[in-house]
Design a protein around this ligand. Structure first.
Ligand code: FES
Length: 108
């Protein structure tokens, strides 16, 4: 298995209704995950880009959260409409999508 150039983690954490932290499942994490998988398949990028669903990444208030390594770029409030931009600009073009980054103080 080739080592991927980028690894995308999509938060699909689920929490009970009314939980104070909410969850990315409630704000569309599954839809974002499925859109990534569909786009990666359509573009035949499986050998270059890995996509993994994950539990809570931390900034629940900015969900759905998406984390991209090796850069460690955290995106927030990602919608399925944002996925092509992340793929084209960041994953393939190596330029993070600034408008989708969480505020810098999320990671102190
Ligand atoms: S539930 Fe997704 S970042 Fe916490």
């Amino acid at each position: 298995m080739p080592r991927p150039l980028k690894h995308v983690f999509v938060c699909v954490q689920r929490r009970a209704e009314g939980h104070p932290r909410g969850s990315c499942a409630q704000t569309g994490g599954d839809e974002v995950m499925n859109t990534f998988l569909g786009e990666i398949q359509q573009r035949a990028l499986f050998e270059k880009i890995a996509v993994t669903n994950t539990g809570c990444l931390g900034p629940c208030g900015f969900g759905p959260s998406v984390l991209v390594y090796p850069e460690g770029v955290m995106y927030g409030k990602v919608t399925k409409a944002d996925v092509p931009a992340i793929i084209e600009e960041h994953l393939l073009g190596d330029v993070p999508v600034e408008r989708l980054r969480v505020p810098p103080d999320v990671w102190s």
